[in-house]
Design a protein around this ligand. Structure first.
Ligand SMILES: [Zn+2]
Length: 474
């Protein structure tokens, strides 16, 4: 048992997307001859921890709070009409699926969240690091430098821009951020205890960003929890899935993943799917019958998003059982035209890996739909389950509390699989079954990540939960 819950959640970084307009004119600066001396020690740490050497130094800019905010605000100037249309569709999808209780300004929330939350970034176009803060004695600033240095190192060895073109998506996001988090957490662990205590005391805890009065958007503007959790996913789950991979295969697993990145959320949230290289199946959406009109592009929804969606209305254990058999999916927004009335809707189609997996998804999705709203229909065609959900006059009540708990349990079960891997139990179906049982145990679960050292009695409760799980999964 360790005190290390979501250390990563306190850090938010941004990899500047190279495709954004302003960078068309941004000059690639020649790398400096030498590192900024003040960060020499951190450069050595990152090289040793990541087992890779820098090919050349990287320029770094330290900005004051006001300068950094301005830099981030300037990104908003790059928002296009297409961005606005997609954001409007995302807002109505969130409402139709019961993941928000009102139509939200997705871009506005994102901008505010970036300005408040981002602590630094590495720009893979200009190849420079930008850090929020000018005091290098500040632990937070040093952690940010370590995190961004890891991105620079990734870029020099694996070319992030080229990787993004070839394999961009939620699998790559989690790999890139999780790798940086592994190094950052290792750095934090290497600091004197007093520095670590200071960090943990000031760090926002896992739920802090999602609180009703804090977090993105400032007072009065509440960001839907689903948006917050999607934003944290690459850090939290990126860290957790790589922690399992390194325990199972050593540090070379990291470089191997950069050469062949995971191509789905499923491989990030489920260590078994990564081990057996469970690749997504292609799913086609049923045709939209006139006068209904599709809106925006079709895309993959993803196993993690399905899990949050289902767990917002049904027990997380049932949602987890269902998504463990996720095979592939597709979704697209559409406008339903019924007797001249227009409603904003979204269509999702999902298949299991096997017929039985599809049955489990079918059952979970029907329970979810029954708890959601009248505007939701579920149909089945062979192995594919289809959902149409529409915005109705009465928004369903928030499922955020259940979703937050589900997110935490999912992270914990991956972390427990890491623990099992260090005990010579490889990340397979058996280990996953054991971890699922332990985090579902109402007596043991609260003790797994308690702040205080466990008592003998508490240790006994956790041991008993493990023993029961070993028996149940055998
Ligand atoms: Zn990052």
């Amino acid at each position: 048992m360790r005190r290390r819950l979501f250390a990563s959640a306190a850090l938010a970084c941004a990899l500047v997307a190279s495709a954004t307009a302003s960078h068309a004119s941004a000059a690639v600066t020649d790398p400096p001859e030498q590192w900024d001396q003040r960060i020499d020690e951190l450069v050595r740490f990152v090289e040793a921890e990541r087992r890779l050497d820098f090919e050349h130094p990287v320029p770094v800019r330290f900005l004051s709070e006001a300068e950094f905010r301005k830099e981030v605000r300037d990104w908003d100037g790059e928002i296009t009409p297409d961005d606005r249309e997609l954001a409007a569709l995302e807002a109505s999808d969130l409402l139709a699926l019961g993941l928000a209780t009102e139509l939200v300004d997705v871009l506005g929330l994102e901008g505010a969240s970036n300005e408040d939350g981002i602590v630094g970034f590495y720009d893979d176009e200009t190849r420079e690091m930008v850090v929020r803060g000018t005091d290098l004695d500040d632990v937070d600033v040093r952690l940010t430098i370590v995190h961004e240095l890891t991105h620079a190192l990734q870029d020099q060895h694996f070319s992030l821009h080229e990787l993004d073109e070839r394999a961009g998506g939620p699998g790559l996001d989690a790999l890139v951020e999780g790798d940086a988090e592994l190094v950052t957490v290792a750095y934090l662990d290497s600091l004197p205890e007093a520095d670590q205590d200071e960090y943990y005391e000031n760090a926002p805890d896992a739920g802090a960003l999602a609180g009703p009065d804090g977090g993105a958007g400032g007072p009065g503007v509440t960001s839907p929890l689903a948006l917050e959790l999607w934003g944290r996913y690459p850090y939290d789950f990126g860290y957790a899935f790589l922690e399992v991979a390194v325990a199972a295969h050593g540090h070379r697993a990291l470089d191997a993943l950069f050469r062949d990145p995971p191509d789905s959320e499923e491989q990030v949230i489920d260590p078994v799917a990564l081990e057996v290289d469970d690749r997504p199946l292609r799913v086609e959406l049923p045709k939209f019958a006139a006068p209904d009109r599709p809106q925006g592009p079709a895309d993959t929804y993803g196993a993690f998003s399905w899990y949050l969606l289902l767990a917002s209305r049904i027990p997380w254990q049932d949602a987890l059982t269902a998504v463990e058999g996720w095979g592939g999916d597709r979704y697209r927004s559409f406008t339903r035209v019924d007797a001249g009335e227009h409603s904003a809707c979204v269509r999702l189609s999902v298949t299991g890996d096997t017929g039985r997996d599809s049955d489990e998804l079918d059952e979970a999705i029907r329970s979810w739909a029954a708890a959601l709203a009248d505007g939701t229909s579920v149909t089945r065609e062979g192995r594919v389950v289809n959902v149409d959900a529409c915005v109705t006059d009465d928004a369903p009540p928030s499922g955020d509390d259940a979703m937050q708990a589900a997110y935490d349990r999912l992270w914990e079960r991956t972390d427990q699989m890491w623990y099992l891997t260090t005990r010579e139990i490889p990340p397979d179906d058996y280990a996953r079954c054991v971890a699922d049982h332990v985090v579902a145990d109402p007596d043991a679960q609260p003790l797994l990540y308690a702040d205080d050292e466990p008592t003998r009695r508490e240790r006994g409760i956790v041991d008993d939960a493990y023993d029961e799980a070993y028996d149940a999964c055998d």
